[in-house]
Design a protein around this ligand. Structure first.
Ligand code: ADP
Ligand code: MG
Length: 257
């Protein structure tokens, strides 16, 4: 299969009151159709910037980004996005927050009500559809945000540290569910994280970014078999992948040995 997302020598410089800030420089990367790729790097290396540029919410200042051979100038169709904070509207019920995805795309809400309910049920929120976001825990809110991103069956899912604010057990649950969803739907996922273990568990490939201004330093193939039970994290193969990436982090001065 061919490339789904192509990043060609992309750079991004923000203009700010304190002068220009170069967030990305010379980023080159291709994400294949149906692939789960993680962008892994330290805080401030430009991960969110790169994801927003792929999403068409931000423009690169050098080079280009293409989705299925079309240059990205605005959000592409068939794209779902999950942000680090769940960004739910407090005055809408959980169901109505999920249905927002259809409304934004100008689609008929009633065509999606059933699917919204099915998604909420799948994520253990079936009984909470009529509640408001503030009645739910952080993990439940983030599940609702994922349901919203999946509502219109996006072929490409962009996720910016979606589990960063969750406790370890909730994070494990959602990692398993996300792996399942990606496999079932044959979706392409670009996933941002700064957790090496999370990236290894979820990904087909892990692109490691250097400290800012960010660029992709090395891409690691994670050839662990799927489906992956959580216990795979205790195997020597898993530890070998984590070790290889940590070694690079150490050479980049991101972590100390
Ligand atoms: P990450 O997601 O890896 O933590 P970001 O993409 O958020 O990194 O930020 C990369 C760099 O760009 C940082 O130095 C940050 O301060 C800067 N930056 C991000 N957004 C803006 C903005 N809107 N204006 C100015 N600088 C920004
Ligand atoms: Mg970020």
């Amino acid at each position: 299969m061919g490339a789904c997302v192509e990043i060609l020598d992309a750079g991004k410089t923000y203009r700010s009151a304190r002068g220009p800030v170069t967030a990305l420089t010379g980023v080159a990367l291709a994400v294949q159709e149906g692939e789960f790729l993680s962008l892994l790097g330290p805080s401030g290396c430009g991960k969110s910037t790169l994801l927003r540029c792929i999403a068409g919410l931000n423009q690169v200042s050098e080079g280009s980004i293409r989705i299925r051979d079309m240059e990205v100038r605005r959000p592409a169709e068939g794209l779902g996005m999950v942000f680090q904070r769940d960004v739910l509207l407090d005055w809408r019920s959980i169901r109505d927050n999920v249905l927002l995805a259809a409304e934004f795309q100008g689609l008929r809400r009633r065509d999606f009500v059933e699917r919204a309910q099915a998604l909420l049920a799948r994520f253990g929120l079936g009984e909470f559809a009529d509640r408001n976001p503030w009645e739910l825990s952080g993990g439940m809110r983030q599940r609702a945000a994922i349901c919203r991103a999946l509502l219109c069956e996006p072929q490409i899912l962009l996720m910016d540290e979606p589990f960063g604010a969750l406790d370890a057990m909730t994070r494990d649950d959602l990692n398993v569910e996300l792996a399942r969803i990606q496999q079932d739907g044959g979706r392409t996922v670009v996933f941002v994280t700064h957790s090496i273990a999370e990236a290894v568990y979820l990904s087909d490939r892990v692109a490691v970014m250097s400290p800012g201004p960010g660029r992709v330093v090395e891409v690691f193939d994670i050839d662990l078999p799927r489906p992956r039970p959580l216990s795979i994290r205790e195997t020597p193969e898993f530890a070998r992948h984590v070790g290889a990436i940590r070694g690079l982090f150490s050479r980049l001065g991101i972590v100390k040995e």
